[in-house]
Design a protein around this ligand. Sequence first.
Ligand SMILES: Nc1nc2c(c(=O)[nH]1)N[C@H]1C(S)=C(S)[C@@H](COP(=O)(O)OP(=O)(O)OC[C@H]3O[C@@H](n4cnc5c(=O)[nH]c(N)nc54)[C@H](O)[C@@H]3O)O[C@H]1N2
Ligand SMILES: Nc1nc2c(c(=O)[nH]1)N[C@H]1C(S)=C(S)[C@@H](COP(=O)(O)OP(=O)(O)OC[C@H]3O[C@@H](n4cnc5c(=O)[nH]c(N)nc54)[C@H](O)[C@@H]3O)O[C@H]1N2
Ligand code: SF4
Ligand SMILES: [Mo]
Length: 680
Amino acid sequence: MTTRSVLGTCHHDCPDSCGWIATVEDGVAVKLRGNPDHPFSLGELCPKVNHFIDRVYSPDRLLTPLVRNGPKGSGRFKRASWDEALEVVADRVGTVVETLGGEAVLPWWDAGTQGLIQMSSLDRRLFARLGASRLTGSLCGGTASDGTAATYGTAHAADPMDVRHAKFVLLWGTNTKLTNRHLWPFIEEARQNGAEIVAIDPLRTSTAAAADRHIQPLPGTDVALMLAMMHVLIRDGLLDQEYIDAYSLGFEALRDHVADWTPVRAATECGLESETIEQLAREYGSARPAHIRTLIGAEHHENGAMFFRALSCLPVLTGSWRVLGGGLSKSTHSWAAANVDDSVFDPTYQEPSTRTINMNHLGRALTDPTVEPPIQALFVWNGNPVVTVPNADLIRQGLRREDLFTVVSEQFMTDTARYADVVFPATTQLEQVDLITAWGHVYLGWNEPAIEPVGESVPNTELWRRLAAAMGFDDPDLFESDLSLIESTLTGLSIDDLRRAGMIRADVPSPLLPYAEGGFGTPSGKAELHSTALGNLGLDSLPTYRAPEEGPNGSLAKKYPLSLLTPKHHTRFLNTSYSHLPKHGPREGGPFVEMDRVDAAARGLTDGDRVQVWNDRARLTLPARISDRLRPGVVAIPFGWWSDDHGEPMTANSLTSDTLTDWGGGVAYSDTLVEISRAL
Ligand SMILES: Nc1nc2c(c(=O)[nH]1)N[C@H]1C(S)=C(S)[C@@H](COP(=O)(O)OP(=O)(O)OC[C@H]3O[C@@H](n4cnc5c(=O)[nH]c(N)nc54)[C@H](O)[C@@H]3O)O[C@H]1N2
Ligand SMILES: Nc1nc2c(c(=O)[nH]1)N[C@H]1C(S)=C(S)[C@@H](COP(=O)(O)OP(=O)(O)OC[C@H]3O[C@@H](n4cnc5c(=O)[nH]c(N)nc54)[C@H](O)[C@@H]3O)O[C@H]1N2
Ligand code: SF4
Ligand SMILES: [Mo]
């Protein structure tokens, strides 16, 4: 028997990007454990990936190409050879392009793997060659980045690991213990050194429960809270005036603007006590260093980019960027650019005039009769949009169109793959090479394939090469090898370096104090408290609170009085990627709607009752779970469940809003209003 240990990195869309070691016996992966040498994950994985080998060898893995032989969405397919399936796709797509032009083709992908080349590389060239519509927008992270960049000029922020040096930690709209679990020990270290931990979240998550204090505003109202904090900081002189004068623009305008944002005014908007806001601002303004930790959850509001823009102003006012452990940490993804440049995947022949479609509007794009040319060929990989994209029933409606040809690359028969005309089997991270640029720390992780592809599955890059050949293209850049693609992105380090170490710290300063002495990425080099650039785009140049239209203080709240949150909730789920597997979904029980006893009593409901949750978009029937984690007027359905056994949608996204965020191309699914009544 031959036994090997292979170094790899988790590919999931998770900030932790843990290092792992796979044990392989005679070509079969038998064990996967955390790599103890990884400076962030420190040898631990998580309740999802501890069972990753079961996922890899699951009896439900897709092992061959499949061609539909039942109604769309029925999930009925017949096996096909690779040659047959490629020919079907090349013929049909060829006809679509000939008759309607390339823009009738739409590629749709997300971060099912966030690996550098398997997420998106050769696809950019292939779809540009076809002249396909271009996918824009973001389901995750774009709004947060662009919101921060409006103040700082770049998406750069602090190293989250430096939270350990903080004396005050503000966890704002992030559920660290669940979503970013390997950061929690660093927060505990700060607590042991005397830091107070405060969580701001409309839901008493496990993180909020573990904090020293939990502040529970109404969803989508945080910008009002931030403006009132600025008001107190300025009123009480809790400022670093020297830092403000040297490194920011627009302080006077901001000062005048927040003069009437008293804690009393914000308290009404946010549903908080004004004293809570006073205390928060005073504590934040007095502690040295104070660290704000945020991630993605708060971006999914109509004012989501403004959340990050306004939040970014706070450490500028207090000068907390000067000190290690201060400032603000969010996604670290932008730091990877020190060594990795994925724009080399962009082809020179991309037509900039080709139309763009926001990924969050997939349902609209497939069903809107004014979309010209109509989308007639859709490719989906690295995602399960029927479950993950808001207003999901509209996507199902679009996918049922007989004149639409849908191609899905997947590891499993997801809700989305069920609607495909052709399905290609995809490899998992144990079977493919990649480089992982993390967004929860500054280490670049190498992933060496541990086993041969299971069945006839192939990495996404290989699918694009095979499709390019089947479509008759011969441009050499469509056939570049995986290692060459990775190598072409690297500066200052080589594949051999990565392979040897398993992970390497990106070439960023240590300690990382990005704005200790200004150095912002704006044209002026200063933090823009007032932003002329935003004003030029027709947006508010100063941090401004606008109540979400479909939020608790919006006009729709009269019709639908309950705000619906649909957050990540289960320790065994990673978005929708595990709910169908035996060690995951069944152990989490099943989907439910969580509500406060006041809202339940007003509707005559008790714990466990079957209820309907509804709005103009959809109606879901679920058991009610009464808890004390939410304030009255706010309810929650956990995200990640697929359809039930009869194909009936159970995804929270049937109900959610697909209104786009103020800027950044994201989507405001956390501004959703519903009503709940007993199921008939
Ligand atoms: N176990 C597990 N871990 C995961 C994932 C998973 O599915 N399961 N998914 C991964 C992915 S893709 C991502 S992007 C990250 C996300 O990581 P996070 O951003 O930490 O998590 P979210 O649950 O998206 O949102 C965090 C919190 O924001 C709160 N929130 C919503 N609206 C508001 C608001 O208006 N104000 C405030 N203050 N808070 C608000 C929600 O109640 C939620 O508790 O997690 C990753 N990690
Ligand atoms: N209501 C609501 N909606 C949400 C969220 C929420 O909290 N609430 N979260 C949002 C966020 S933050 C995110 S990131 C998105 C997540 O949305 P998605 O990225 O669509 O997440 P998953 O559902 O996990 O889908 C990933 C799919 O990619 C497949 N996959 C994995 N690796 C590979 C590969 O190498 N090749 C191929 N071809 N396929 C692969 C997996 O099998 C899986 O089915 O959902 C968003 N939608
Ligand atoms: S899903 Fe996240 S926490 Fe789990 S192993 Fe992967 S990177 Fe680590
Ligand atoms: Mo995400």
